[in-house]
Design a binder for this molecule. Sequence first.
Ligand SMILES: [Zn+2]
Length: 180
Amino acid sequence: MTNLYFACTDCKVYVDAGYRWASWWLEETGIVKRGRPVSVELVLGAREYWTPIETDSADWLYSEVLPSVRRFLEEHRCHCLVFGNTSEFLASDADFLDWMQVGFLPLLLPRYFVERLGFKTWDQVASFIARQDSKPWWWMLDWDDLHLKARHKFQELIDSGNAAKKSGCNSNPRFRLSRS
Ligand SMILES: [Zn+2]
């Protein structure tokens, strides 16, 4: 069993769909298929998926996963959405630095630092990561210069002014005007 996500291939943003919970109530019921376009209406109508029995073990679904999935589906509903594990929406392994994970326990990636946390310098990133219980897997990796590539990607985003970029169909138009 691997993690399962909803991914927007237009915005290159993905969100945790809830692991086995998503597999049971979305995949096995035929509401979504791996690597296939997602019908937002069908997913939003999947009653069992949205209403786990309220126990302590469903806490992570109620407090984290389901609200973030709903927000994601609403924000990207007119975009191209795919369901599956990362191999189903990343064009290649090297591709992941172009993406941003949001929602439940997101993998910390350059776009997240810039677009969500508003960081401006790599020092901010480093001190933020030093405070995390678990570091993103690429942080300590010298293999394939991943750490350096992430740092370059971060700088590229800062230099291109991507910090203020809005994704989603409901971006504030006033915001867009003020940018042009
Ligand atoms: Zn999108």
